[in-house]
Structures are given as C-alpha cells and as structure tokens.
Design a protein around this ligand. Structure first.
Ligand code: ZN
Length: 237
C-alpha cells in the first residue's frame, strides 16, 4: 500500500491534532495535559449559577468552563473526539468524590450500605441522533467505573424536544424545559426512596438541573444532588 494511503487511513483512525488546542500531530499536547492535571488535582467546588434559579440542586464541579477543559468538552461532544472522554471522566470522578465527601445525605446513605443512583442528564433526542452517541452517559460510565458506592442508570428521558437551549436566556431556558423530562420505565422502579446524583458536562444557568431535580423528586427520590465536569457563569440574561 502506498505510504500516503496508509497515512490517510491512520489520520482517520488516530486524531492528528490536540483535542484541547488544535496543535497538529499530537492527540493531546503537553500543555493541555498539564492544564488537565491541574484541574484534576484542584479542589472540587460547589457550583452556583448567578442568579441561582429556585430549586437548583447542590452541585459540585471540578473545573471552570474555560481554556483547554472547555475545548476538550466541545471536541468530545461536538467533534467526535471520543479520545477526550477518559480525560474528562477523571474530572467528573473528582467532582463526584467532592460531593460524596461534603454532603451529609450522601455520607448517611453510604454509611447505611446504600448506593447512590447516578443519573445522566438525558440528551435531547435530536442532538443524540445527530451525534449517534450520548456523551454524558459515556462520561458517567467511566467516572463511576467500578465504584460500589455508585450505580449509573438512565432513569430520565426527554419527553419533548422543545427548542435548542443554545442561545436562549436563563429565563427562556427554564420555560423551555418546564415539564420536558420524564422517568424511563427503569426509573419508575429505581428512583423512589433513593438519593440521586444527576451528572452533566457543564452547569451554566442551572435550568436543566432544576428540571431534572423536580422530575426525580416528583418520582419519589428522597434527595437530588448533582455533579458536573465544569461550571460556567451565565452570559446575558
Ligand atoms: Zn493542546
């Protein structure tokens, strides 16, 4: 096989630019790797949108939505860079660890030998179809991995598509999402009486987490908390 043809096949199979900054001929450059390590070892923090919407769950996050982390998330979700998943999952795992350590309800449940129900934020059906994958579920599976304290189940689904959330103000997002989530068949059995931890990639205005929490509480969850890879301040009103 000619070398150029071989190279073309390799380019398809192996990413040829950094998922964090676009540097050529490396899948993940030294500088972005260092930025990720800093974020992984940083203290997780409680993320609160400004303003904080009513019903927003206690949410722990691991990194500001900025720099290489923001680019990695975008590349993972929108550009098919599945190779960024393991890196981002480490951030989510750290955020989950922070939540478990800080929150009494989590500690109580675990002390009683229970498991926390980890709930991926459901993908809007159109975006899932377009991508052919569910990035939040992928991250969640890696973050939970072999933990015996956490069990990941897809108990929420999007009931109606509504408008794309991108470009909407905080208020418009919250109106757009009202009543937009339902329990899956599995969820109806699993959620009652459980402490749930909703996971998502980013918390921005908090409206998706408010809706997820309300849906889970209405279904009988005793508490709903959340963990995200990154947190950003809202833009506009
Ligand atoms: Zn880079």
């Amino acid at each position: 096989m000619p070398l150029t043809a071989l190279q073309e096949i390799c380019d398809l199979a192996l990413p040829r630019s950094c998922a964090g900054c676009g540097e050529q001929r490396v899948a993940f450059c030294t500088q972005c790797r260092a930025e990720l390590e800093d974020a992984v070892t940083a203290e997780p923090f409680e993320a609160t949108p400004t303003p904080c919407p009513p019903g927003f769950p206690v949410t722990w996050s691991q990194a500001p939505y900025d720099g290489a982390i923001a680019e990695l998330l975008r590349a993972f979700k929108d550009s098919g860079r599945g190779d960024a998943g393991p890196h981002l999952a480490r951030l989510l795992r750290s955020a989950l660890a922070g939540l478990l350590e800080a929150e009494d309800s989590c500690r109580r449940e675990l002390a009683l030998g229970g498991q926390l129900l980890v709930v991926p934020m459901p993908s809007r059906s159109t975006s899932t179809r377009a991508r052919g994958r569910e990035p939040t579920v992928e991250l969640g599976r890696r973050a939970v991995d072999r933990s015996r304290r956490l069990v990941l189940r897809r108990v929420l689904r999007v009931a109606r598509s509504g408008r794309d959330q991108a470009g909407l103000s905080a208020h418009e997002r919250s109106v757009n999402l009202r009543g937009a989530m339902r329990l899956t068949g599995t969820g109806r059995t699993l959620v009652p009486g459980r402490v749930c931890v909703v996971i998502d990639d980013i918390v921005t205005t908090g409206s998706s987490l408010v809706e997820a929490r309300a849906t889970l509480l209405a279904a009988g969850a005793i508490e709903v908390l959340a963990a995200t890879v990154a947190a950003t301040q809202r833009r506009g009103t």
